[in-house]
Design a protein. Structure first.
Length: 262
């Protein structure tokens, strides 16, 4: 009888309302089953989370050998969780990973429109990534409002809702969709656009690896987009492919996260 190694698998998308076990567990399970089949001799037990604090708890108790996490989570807990970045995720229809800050059409331009304001974001739990990496420590006195519905936050801003934030931080491709909306697009503009940032990362938790073969895992992931079934599985999690790590870009983000001058 062939023994199968059963291991946990972390899937973290901070602040994403659909990134829960109830909402996405089945889909992510189909993806990890496909990967496990290609690796051989392993079965993944995935857990889908949108809260980095709960992700740390999961890593402490379940000790996953691998996961797919946000770059902000990696930079914050790299040493504590003994993480090694393996690959970057290339998302469907996303040429470059950037964030933008949108404001009302009549607001100021640039980061002056952001200083001292309340910023709505799904990444509030990764505050240092926002201030240090996305904004490059160029904005002081920024207050963050945690939201899970970024489009709803934009509507609140436009409509002047009582609890609305002053500005909204969102992924650039989300804005590209939003600006075409007949209600939102004409009333908002981009005040700030970030530099190109690292994508979501496939990471190994070195202390938990055991007998898992990272070479086979990386090969399984990078080969998925080369078959029709693999592409279909990737599409279910809105991924185009898994790419080689852009080490220079990740290093730059790490230096910004640590507050080192560029």
């Amino acid at each position: 009888m062939n023994l199968v190694l059963v291991v946990a698998f972390l899937f973290l998308k901070t602040g994403e309302k659909f990134a829960t076990q109830d909402m996405a567990g089945e889909t992510v399970g189909e993806f990890t089953a496909c990967v496990a089949k290609a690796v051989g001799g392993v079965k993944f037990d995935p857990c889908v989370l949108n809260d980095p604090v709960k992700a740390v708890e999961f890593c402490t108790t379940k000790k996953p050998p691998v996961g797919i996490v946000t770059p902000g989570f990696y930079l914050a807990y790299q040493k504590a969780l003994d993480m090694e970045p393996l690959l970057e995720v290339r998302r469907q229809k996303v040429e470059k990973e950037r964030y933008v800050i949108v404001v009302k059409k009549n607001a100021g331009d640039g980061l002056d429109a952001v200083r001292g304001k309340v910023l709505a974001t799904t990444l509030a739990a990764e505050e240092r990534y926002i201030t240090g990496v996305i904004l490059q420590d160029k904005v002081a006195e920024l207050r963050m409002k945690s939201v899970t519905d970024i489009e709803g936050a934009a509507f609140d801003l436009v409509e002047g809702a009582k609890a609305a934030a002053d500005v909204v931080l969102l992924e650039e491709e989300a804005w590209q969709v939003m600006e075409k909306d007949e209600e939102l697009g004409p009333k908002l503009k981009v005040a700030f656009r970030s530099e190109e940032l690292p994508g979501t990362l496939v990471v190994a938790f070195r202390a938990n690896l055991g007998k898992l073969d990272l070479g086979k895992l990386k090969n399984a992931l990078t080969s998925m987009n080369k078959s029709e079934d693999g592409c279909s599985t990737l599409g279910s999690i809105r991924v185009e492919a898994f790419d080689k790590l852009n080490e220079a870009r990740l290093k730059k983000a790490q230096e910004s996260f640590l507050g080192k001058p560029q």
